[in-house]
Design a protein around this ligand. Structure first.
Ligand code: NAD
Length: 330
């Protein structure tokens, strides 16, 4: 059984990814420090869901090991690499989110840049040759050209978070160049679905609407996002993992989005319909750091990874709401 390290495996995307990797036959080491960026109990529950997934699918419990610790702690991280000698790493652990990065830039630099360097150093030291790195659509900043393509100019990030993700891509390239680590940097476009982070708009708005509280509505509702359903993202990550493993000297950046845009107003309307409740809007000015639009050109991912996202927004929202109601007994 091959071993893979997933950093941030207790998070939203990471927990879905772990389940898929068990299914594909991997032994998964989830390196996560369960920090309090949002309620750590949610992350514990995600990790428990992963264990239940193994039982439900008749898979052996030794496929999943939770290594509770910080990627910024090099002694801890080196021990984990030494003990488990992974074949590949999928590095998702990060401080995510645009707005909080403006309040705490030093935290983002520490985890997303220094922590990423630690992961890369361990890969070098223990000869790990296959790497998938979680980047973000936020690196495109206020790119005027749409849809956003991987070779667009991305040297003008507009938030500390975006700058750290761009720095991560650069570090990945450096380690690829120096140590032949095959790497796919994936620019995720706003991911949603069951277990979505509670700080993200779809989850946050759902909760507020259900509680009869006003939702913060920034700008005039015309900002657009390319919302990507979690199953499509997981499919793209697994395809990228296959891609790094099937060739020599590989480094590429790939967009993972749906390549469709939904305006803020449309998103709220879709939630209202799915919840059968009216949202009360608290009108607020646009936020610094927020981009006007995200819109992925996925032709490169289609050609090179055979990535083909299939989930329509209304369908994905229905699945999210079903999960939300079940989890919150509503
Ligand atoms: P998440 O916060 O749910 O998951 C991140 C996990 O990393 C958490 O469980 C957290 O505890 C862990 N972590 C953070 N710092 C750590 C550290 N120092 N050591 C060990 N573990 C640590 O976030 P997510 O939404 O699942 O995002 C996963 C990745 O995808 C992140 O890198 C994020 O920047 C990127 N991304 C996410 C989205 C999205 O829409 N969710 C979009 C673009 C990029």
């Amino acid at each position: 059984m091959d071993t893979i390290i997933v950093t941030g495996g207790a998070g939203f995307i990471g927990s879905h990814l772990c389940e898929r990797l068990f299914y594909d036959g991997w032994r998964v080491i989830n390196v996560d420090n369960f920090n309090d960026f949002y309620d750590p109990l949610i992350k514990r529950r995600n990790a428990a869901d992963c264990k239940e997934f193994l039982v439900r699918n008749g898979l052996s419990g030794d496929k999943y090991i939770v290594a509770d610790g910080d990627i910024c702690d090099m002694i801890f991280l080196r021990d984990i690499f030494k003990k488990f000698l992974p074949l590949a790493v999928i590095h998702l652990a990060a401080y995510a989110g645009v707005r909080p990065s403006i309040q705490r830039p030093e935290l983002y630099v520490q985890v997303n840049i220094n922590g990423t360097t630690n992961v890369l150093e361990c890969m070098k030291e223990f000869g790990v040759k296959y790497h998938v790195f979680a980047s973000s659509s936020s690196v495109y900043g206020n790119n005027l050209k749409v849809p956003f393509a991987e070779d667009d100019f991305v040297d003008k990030p507009i938030s500390p978070y975006a700058a750290t993700k761009k720095a991560g891509e650069l570090l990945c390239h450096t380690y690829h160049h120096l140590y032949d680590i095959n790497t796919a940097c994936l620019r995720f476009f706003t991911v949603y679905g069951p277990r979505q982070r509670p700080d993200l708009a779809i989850h946050k708005f759902t909760q507020l609407i259900m509680e009869g509280k006003p939702i913060p509505f920034y700008g005039n509702g015309t900002t657009q996002r390319d919302y990507t359903y979690i199953d499509d993202i997981i499919d793209g990550i697994v395809r990228a993992l296959d891609w790094v493993r099937n060739g020599e000297k590989r480094y590429e950046i790939f967009n993972l989005g749906e390549s469709k845009t939904i305006s803020l107003s449309e998103m709220v309307n879709t939630l209202e319909t799915a919840l059968n409740r009216k949202a009360e809007l608290e009108m607020l000015p646009s936020q610094p750091g927020d981009v006007e639009r995200t819109y992925a050109d996925i032709s490169k991912s289609k050609i090179m990874l055979d990535y083909n996202p299939t989930t329509e927004f209304t369908e994905g929202i229905a699945k999210f709401i079903k999960w939300y109601r079940r989890r919150n007994y509503r």
